[in-house]
Design a protein around this ligand. Sequence first.
Ligand code: ATR
Length: 280
Amino acid sequence: MSSPKIYGLLGWPVSHSRSPAMQTAAFKALNINAEYRLFAINPDDLDNFLKEILQKNISGLNITVPHKEKVLEFVKFDEKNLFLKEIKAVNTISYRDGSFYAYNTDIEGFSKSLKENFDPLGKSVAVLGAGGAAKAVAFALAQDKANQIVIWARDKNKSQGIVGIVKKFFPTTDIFCVDKINDLNIENKDLLVNTTSVGMKETDDLLIDSSKLSSQTFVFDLIYNPVETKLLQVAAKIGCKTSNGLMMLLYQGEAAFEIWTGQSAPHEVMKNALLEAMKK
Ligand code: ATR
C-alpha cells in the first residue's frame, strides 16, 4: 500500500483541536488513505517549518492562530481567491502542482451554519472583534447581502481595516465601525456575532451591556468551548435565539475536506465525530 497522504492543523497551541476526529472519520468513511496530524509549531520555528514544507510530503493544512498571516508569504492564490491575499485571511492550504494554494473555509463555514437558523439577507448586524474570524464573518455577511454591518473592536485600526477591505469588494454594502461598544446600538440589530475570544474563560465578563439586548436579536457566538458562553446564556434568558460556533467548525472542516480530496464531505459522519469529540 502507498504511504498515506498527510493533512493536519498548523497552529500554536493546537492540542485542543477537534479537527483530527472530524477529518479522520471522513477519511475512513470514504476509504481515503490519509491521516490528519497536529502540527504545534512555535512562532519562532514557523519560518523553518514553512521553508521545509514541500519536503514534508504534506497535502493540505488547516491554519489557525497565530499563523494565519505569515502563511500568506508561502502560498499561491487561484484567480477567484485573490481577495484572500488582500484581506490576509487564509485558514486552509492545499498542495497542487508543486505549490500550496490558499483558501478560507471559515467564510463558507460561517455562512452555512448561520443560514441553518437565520437568513442575513437585508438584516442589520453587529460584530464584536476584528481578528481573522471577524474578517470571514464580515465577508460572509456582505456576500449574503446583509443590509448593514457594524463592527466594534478594541483596536480601531483592525476594525477599520475590515471595513475598508469589505467595501472594496462589496462597494454597496453599508459597513462601518464604532469606537465604543455602546455605539453598536445592539438594541436595534437583527443579529449579534461575537468573534472575540471573550467568553472562553468562565471568569470572562460580558463585553456588551446585556440590558440593551432585545429578545428579537439572534445571537451567534463563534466560541464552541464552552458550548454555551455567558453571552449565549444571558441571551437565551432574555428570549433570544442563539447559536454557538460548533456547526461553523463542522462546515469549515467539510469545505477543507472537499478542497483537499475533491470528494463530497460525509456530513453525518463528520458531524457525529465532532459531537463525539466534544464529549471528551
Ligand atoms: P481569530 O482568528 O479567532 O479571529 P484573532 O485574530 O486573535 O483570532 O482575533 C481575536 C479578536 O478578539 C481580536 O479582535 C481581539 O482583539 P485584539 O486584536 O485587540 O487582540 C479580540 N479580543 C480578544 N480578547 C479581547 C478582549 N478581552 N476584549 C475585546 N476584544 C478582544
